[in-house]
Write a protein that binds this ligand. Structure first.
Ligand code: PLP
Length: 388
């Protein structure tokens, strides 16, 4: 498969040496019958793990009715999912897209239009942030590897140091249209903004009146033990972008916004053919119902358990592990060496995880992971670090 793949597919992905046969719960099975513990969750996508009966039932039920019908029609799965998000959050209006980066593009367009009406235009984001691979999203990111030789990018964007209160204060002014923040940075190495940083954003928002956009594409949909990551902080964004977990494994993204932004777009000014696909919305609703029905409480408990175990690992391997980061089941183990080496070792030991920002081991397992599975992971991690 590796050879065939290398002949016909653009070589943009670094892949595990695993050819997947099937997956169930928190386990991935290869074609040779090996089973791997999934600490990656499809990169924070498979909130309910693989093959969850509620997801499968919702998908089958909707497929029997219709799969795609276009956004010219009223579709119950879209409305029901939007109603559920509104019920569970501080937001009032939803726009559905297919992916995270499209949600970001929509949010950037919305913010720019709102800015035009309010005499503001600058977009401010933070170093290490990851918002997607399209031009708008890349324009508010600073990592050269994602952008090199592909400019020009959007004008009037600034990426300033993360968690730096002084630079934030010196940058924001009446021209700032929006600030984009991940409340737990995914690709950026699982960094969490300090309370001082978030309260400075809040203070400046009150002073200058910009929009705050929470990129909840990775941290949202129960991953931190709350629906959105920002709920761990004393702040309410005007907009949140989401994707990954919301589709339960099918491609779905979205923008959630406060009511005062509801009228910003005229009919036809923003749209998508597939966005809000009926099957993806049906599985999304199944995800949210499960989250409400105990999965988010479970994330808080097992998230704390995982954190405690990781802190023990840090104490045991002080020469290799520098820090435990993140919230809930979005955790990072900061290392003082290339995390790809540890990832490789873990895969040899039948555990799948990945590296973020070079030296951080990223752990974003399915939200239904059990205490036993976490204990097994920690044993494997302990062995792996011991051998390194
Ligand atoms: N924003 C964040 C925080 C992400 O983690 C990602 C993807 O990893 C994106 C945006 C882009 O989402 P997608 O890959 O669905 O376009």
């Amino acid at each position: 498969m590796k050879t065939r793949e290398s002949k016909v597919i653009f070589q943009t992905y670094k892949r595990y040496p695993i050819e997947v046969s099937h997956a169930k719960g928190c386990r991935i099975f290869d074609i040779n019958g090996n089973s791997y513990l999934d600490m990656l969750g499809g990169i924070a996508v498979n909130a309910l793990g693989h093959g969850h009966p509620a997801i499968i039932a919702a998908a089958k039920d909707q497929i029997d009715k219709y799969m795609h019908i276009s956004n010219y029609f009223y579709q119950a799965p879209q409305v029901e999912l939007a109603e559920k998000i509104v019920e569970m959050s501080c937001f009032d209006r939803i726009f559905f897209s297919n992916s995270g980066t499209e949600a970001m593009e929509g949010a950037i367009k919305l913010v720019r239009k709102w800015g035009k009406q309010n005499g503001k235009s600058t977009l401010v984001a933070f170093s290490g942030g990851f918002h997607g691979r399209t031009y708008g999203a890349l324009s508010i990111m600073d990592k050269p590897a994602y952008k090199e030789d592909m400019g020009p990018f959007l004008d009037d964007t600034l990426v300033i140091p993360h968690n730096d209160v002084k630079t934030l204060e010196a940058t924001i002014n009446e021209k700032t249209a929006a600030v984009f923040l991940e409340f737990v940075q995914g690709e950026g190495g699982l960094s969490v903004p300090s309370n001082a940083f978030v309260s400075k954003i809040k203070e400046l928002k009150e002073k200058y009146g910009f929009l705050l956009v929470a990129d909840e594409i990775q941290a949202g949909i129960g991953r931190t033990g709350k629906l959105f990551g920002f709920e761990h902080f004393d702040i309410e964004p005007d907009l949140a972008t989401m994707a990954k977990g919301i589709g339960g494994g099918l491609p779905l993204g979205g923008i959630a916004a406060k009511e005062f932004l509801a009228g910003i777009w005229n009919k036809g000014q923003h749209g998508t053919t597939y966005g809000g696909n009926a099957v993806a919305c049906a599985t999304g609703l199944a995800v949210l119902k499960e989250l409400e029905n105990g999965v988010m409480d479970h994330v808080q408990k097992v998230g704390n358990f995982l954190e405690k175990k990781l802190l023990n690992i840090r104490d045991k391997y002080k020469d290799k592990v520098t820090e435990v980061r993140g919230i809930g089941l979005m955790r990072g183990l900061a290392l003082n060496f290339d995390a790809a080496l540890l990832v490789e070792k873990l895969v040899q030991k039948r555990v799948v995880a990945n590296a973020a920002s070079g030296t951080v081991l990223r752990l974003v397992p399915p939200l239904i992971i059990s205490y036993e599975e976490i204990t097994h992971f920690i044993e494997v991690l302990d062995n792996a670090l011991n051998e390194m």
